[in-house]
Design a protein around this ligand. Sequence first.
Ligand SMILES: O=C(O)C(=O)C[C@]1(C(=O)O)C=C[C@@H](O)C=C1
Length: 354
Amino acid sequence: MSHELKKYREQIDSIDDELLKLFNRRAALAQQIGHTKGDGPVLRPEREAQVLQRLQEQNAGPLGNAAVAQLFTEVMSQCRALEAPLTIAYLGPQGTFTEAAALKRFGSAIQGQPSATIDDVFHAVESGAAHYGVVPVENSTEGAVGRTLDLLLNSNLKICGEVMLQVHQCVMSNENDLSLIRKVYSHPQSFGQCQGWLNTHLPHAERITASSNADAARLAAEESFAAAIGGAQAAEHFKLKVLAHNIEDDARNTTRFLVLGNQQVAPSGGDKTSLVLSAANRPGAVHDLLVPLAKHGVSMTKLESRPARSGLWEYVFYMDIEGHQQEARIAAALEELKQAAAFVKILGSYPVAV
Ligand SMILES: O=C(O)C(=O)C[C@]1(C(=O)O)C=C[C@@H](O)C=C1
């Protein structure tokens, strides 16, 4: 070993010693905080968002802000687990993008509970079998996940957070070569995100729908001449070879996930509020829904309509606005919105994804 290398490694060792002491001091403080919480929830999404926000502002590099967020999410995950372990239900099985989103948000010190369907995730949290649930809600290429929106309409759960995950799809198989592939398994959302690539590179392969990307990988792993489309984590889980990386038609392909729970999250200073509402059946009613927002200077970041399932050609609107329902300006706009709309349900206020 060169003298220089030895010297640097000694410095790293002494920094690691300091970090270890500091991590343990931090963990002991979290334990103390845990004792003060009594029956209250251990997870405080607003505080976690503020911790990450503050550190990213302080960050002088060379670590990037995404790396800082990932490191400190894991630090908080380990500290939180000392207060009480959290059970997180997610749209499974293991190896799905939803599992990756749950780990991105909560870190690794959780009890993950894969659920077969989006309905099952809602049910796991509603029944108390899980503390929180993670479900996909929209994709930048394929649009809304209708089942999640429909369930939010009638559930008592609150949205406690959101996770943005850049979704990179790959083709995985037992085979070594794309030219051998006769069948491709995947979830309809993933087929939609990779249509262009499939039309060019596997135009003659039969496309077979699976209930999740991870299930597609499982099916492909059991056969010859078959492939699956999904995340690299699914290929790893089912020991498949990746024949092509990043096959999504749009390189920015991102899925937004929601964290569901039973908690009203306090303001963090950088929040969003989600609501679902319907317009009265009269001329100008949809316009009237937007007036309170404009009047109070509230920005709308999303508007999506869905069939109301209560009558033919009746719709509900899913809206995301900037700000927290406890802020005076937002509270005033929401109050006026309630007067203007036929129906309003606030789904939750929560920190914007870090
Ligand atoms: O500040 C708290 O309430 C803590 O419990 C500490 C801590 C952390 O590790 O920073 C852990 C869990 C909470 O979700 C928020 C923050």
